[in-house]
Design a protein around this ligand. Structure first.
Ligand code: C5P
Length: 298
């Protein structure tokens, strides 16, 4: 007898993409009374993404299946995002969240924050909630400092803890057309990196301001603007990151910078063939490499 395929009773499914980011600049301006740091950072979404599938369920639970086993926990920011929406708007329905993880985690690429923002946006639409942009931003900021940026993505200046977002309208500079990412094997804790940052690495925001001005005026980018206050300490504390940086320069990268608190490094290339040659050389050394580009805002 032939088996009969029956459609599940609950066919409501929604797929969304959650993009990674890099920090073009990261000025740490100072430490705050709440333990966080005031920042000026220019972030750009890139076309490396996780895929999230939301499915309706017939109970009132949030179910998670993540393709990376160690992220399959209640602490996953995507689950916390769904919990926040359910609680705040007294939603009775549950939801199943499946995540195909492609963005390396604990990497300085904002993967968990991006998943959370994607879930907030998807559930607002799915449950047809009238949530103002300000409320959404508030929920996002409560989940994590990088989450507000991912509500829009694209290119933006982020200030305060990271939650004050100013979108930047600019054509993407040709010198940054291709972005080669190298993810050294061990992850790094953001909290540890911030905690060990000496005040001598604080900056006054001038790098972010200079880059902002250059982007808005469509001027060539001065590499000195692409400053990350966390980079010096990370290179000094984690020799495997310093070695990876040397290997990227050796492979022809015109410049190499740390994204966020690392350990991912990125190198911009204007020509694809140069980027590809560097990619091949670094892959031969056994590195995890992604060749990517900037993603405009949705
Ligand atoms: O906000 P989020 O949970 O992503 O931050 C992770 C950690 O990074 C915080 O616990 C804090 O130690 C540090 N951090 C900081 N200042 C920021 C953002 C993050 O000190 N603006």
């Amino acid at each position: 007898m032939n088996a009969v395929w029956r459609e599940p009773l609950i066919p409501v499914v929604s797929f969304v993409r959650a993009y990674a980011k890099i920090n073009l600049t990261l000025d740490v301006i100072g430490c705050r009374a709440d333990g966080y740091h005031n920042l000026m950072t220019i972030m750009q979404a890139i076309d490396l993404h996780d895929t999230i599938c939301l499915t309706a369920v017939d109970d009132d639970q949030i179910h998670l299946f993540c393709s990376v086993a160690e992220l399959n926990t209640e602490e996953n920011l995507a689950v916390r995002a769904a919990q926040v929406v359910r609680q705040r708007y007294a939603i009775k329905s549950g939801v199943k969240i499946e995540i195909v993880k492609r963005i390396p985690f604990a990497a300085g690429l904002g993967g968990g924050s991006s998943d959370a923002a994607a879930v907030l946006l998807a559930l607002r639409q799915w449950w047809q909630l009238t949530i103002s942009d300000a409320e959404l931003l508030d929920m996002a900021a409560a989940l994590g400092s990088d989450v507000p940026f991912f509500l829009r993505g694209g290119l933006a200046l982020c200030e305060g803890r990271g939650e004050r977002i100013t979108p930047i309208a600019s054509d993407w500079p040709p010198s940054l057309r291709w972005l080669l990412l190298l993810k050294p094997a061990p992850g790094i804790s953001t909290a540890t990196v911030f905690r060990s940052l000496p005040a001598s690495d604080y900056t006054d925001g001038s790098c972010s301001r200079a880059l902002l001005a250059a982007l808005r005026a469509q001027q060539p980018i001065d590499p000195a603007c692409l400053h990350n206050s966390l980079e010096r300490g990370v290179l000094e504390t984690y020799p495997f990151v310093a070695q990876a940086r040397e290997d990227m320069l050796e492979a022809g990268a015109p410049l190499v910078r740390l994204s966020g608190s690392g350990p991912t490094l990125y190198a911009p290339f204007s020509e694809l063939d140069h980027a590809q040659r560097a990619q091949e050389q670094l892959q031969r050394l056994g590195y995890e490499i992604y060749l990517t580009r900037a993603m405009p805002a949705a």
